[in-house]
Write a protein that binds this ligand. Sequence first.
Ligand SMILES: [Cu+2]
Length: 286
Amino acid sequence: MMKFLSISFLFLFLTFNVYSANIDLRLEIFSGNLSMFDNSTIPVLTYSDSSTFSPSSPILIFEDGDVLTLKVVNSDANVHGFKIDGLIDMGSIAAGDSVTQAITLSAGIYKYYDPSSLENQYLGLSGLMHVKGTGDLAPYYYWNLREHEPFLNISVSGGGSIDQTLYSPKYYTINGNSGDAIDNDAQAKIYGNVNSEFRLIIMNHGLSIHSMHFHGYHLQILDNSKNPSHNGREKDTFPVYPGHYQLLSTTPDKPGEYPIHDHNLIAVTGGGQYHTGMITTMLIAP
Ligand SMILES: [Cu+2]
């Protein structure tokens, strides 16, 4: 009997104590092509968490206290870097080279990016890292916003620079998706329930402001990187500035299907077609 008790005690101990994890992550920089809903392709440059090209840099999710051993491999022909403000800066990583560094993560929302140029970030070398607070069980959705001007991608890929006065994007993506693919992205498409909170992190990796507008519900700003004094506000439209994020929360009070879209309607288009850009619906079950 004593033995049984001690074994069950050990089981409880293991079950209810959360330890920080040691996590190995390998990100590899590749150039490749991003396909749009209309089958057009544009050259991009991204971090991939596998050994092959990824059309957009991955969403990285960890927990407070995790110890991350990160290896960044540069498989592009040019020098690149990897930085998270206030957390890590790997310096220059030569073509064909790699850098490995360990960091202890603290809860927060971070942008990881190549600090060597805005052009590299525009091409796709930036992504979202979310380090969840201990015991945070809320369901999260993630929207990484980005615009694409195909001729600019071609020019920048060949060493050209960005002139924002001439910037005229043709495609607008959420997590690298356009058209119906946005609705098939489990990290972006919101499926909620009445009286059950969900949270949404919107990060803008592009060069334009995106004001995301919600039908049906008001959401509360839990955190944002642009105007901390706005935290706590409840409203239905949230401007997300380039390089910045908003962390939003709501607990739906009614069922239904409601649109969410960029209030700047040019960003709801793609290739000149309406309804293929930054728009989706949230489905709230009773
Ligand atoms: Cu609307």
